[in-house]
Design a protein around this ligand. Structure first.
Ligand code: ATP
Ligand code: SKM
Ligand code: MG
Length: 261
């Protein structure tokens, strides 16, 4: 063997070691998940990721190829999260609820925790149409917008492990509920009108309540929608006085309970 062939053989041996280590690591990730579930330990433990990052930082301090190694470990972490997500859910998670209930917030948390793609329905529709939701309503009418919502939900049926953050009115249309349930579990996030007001009072991107930021207006609109929200929901999670971690942990637990029935 010449020098080049020897080097290539060594590289191949490294790849074998990496491959075996990766396969072993993925199995361990699944075992940890199973252990947590079997023993009632919280699934989400964000402090663990922080510890792994600190470990890598320490190990790579002042070493060559730090950025490249960090990139590889970043990818390993993301893929471990995907493996966890697939082990927990083989469907989409559809978040519904009143404005300010926390759909976008919880979507982002699930994205960080499980590397799941997030479909912000309002945002995607606005991007595709090249105009704001208010303009779509004004130019084409509500019916047109609701059809776009229905079509987007149908489009998502070919995906799994996606978090769909619905528009506030999406579950008002019965056929939307039918479509979201075809490949998704529907999670209704609720909060008291006082909580909603507190959360949305300083923002100006919710035209339906922009000029009516009062507890009584929110309570009235919420009551009008309650029946349809509840009819659509597979599970309901109250979010008052809970942080994102608590809400997501409850969400995972309740969905798993539903799947294991
Ligand atoms: N559990 C929570 N505790 C405290 N604040 C929260 C919680 N969930 C969301 N918030 C805050 O409330 C505000 C509204 O949340 P978010 O945008 O996630 O609601 P949404 O359901 O997506 O609303 P919309 O239907 O208008 O899109 C945000 O400022 C967010 O930071
Ligand atoms: O509650 C609603 O009916 C709506 C809520 C928003 O998310 C948008 O989808 C749109 O403004 C309609
Ligand atoms: Mg939102």
């Amino acid at each position: 063997m010449n020098q080049l062939e020897i080097l290539r053989e060594s590289l191949g041996q490294c790849d074998e070691i990496i491959l075996d280590a990766l396969l072993m690591r993925n199995r361990i990730v699944e075992d940890i998940m199973a252990y947590k579930e079997a023993n009632g330990i919280p699934i989400l433990q964000p402090e663990q990721e922080a510890k792994q990052k600190e470990w890598l930082e320490r190990r790579m301090a002042d070493r060559r190829h730090k950025a490249e190694v960090e990139d590889v470990f970043g990818s390993i972490t993301q893929n471990s999260k995907r493996i966890q997500a697939r082990k927990l859910f083989n469907y989409n998670i559809v978040l519904i609820g009143f404005m300010g209930a926390g759909k976008s917030t919880i979507s982002e948390f699930l994205k960080t925790a499980f590397a799941m793609d997030v479909i912000e329905m309002d945002q995607i529709i606005a991007e595709r149409e090249g105009m704001s939701i208010s303009d779509i309503f004004e130019v084409y009418g509500e019916q047109y917008f609701r059809d776009l919502e229905t079509n987007l939900l149908i489009e998502m049926q070919s995906r799994t492990n996606v978090v769909i953050s619905c528009g506030g009115g999406t579950p008002m249309r019965e056929c939307n509920v039918v479509e979201m349930k075809k490949n998704g579990r529907v999670v209704l996030l609720t909060a008291k009108p006082e909580t909603i007001l507190d959360r949305v009072k300083d923002s100006h991107d919710r035209p339906l309540i922009e000029n009516n930021k009062t507890v009584s207006f929110i309570a009235e609109l919420m009551e009008k929608r309650r029946e349809k929200y509840e009819a659509a929901a597979d599970i309901v999670i109250e979010t008052d006085e809970k942080d994102e971690l608590q809400i997501c942990e409850e969400l995972i637990h309740r969905l798993r309970q539903m799947d294991n029935k």
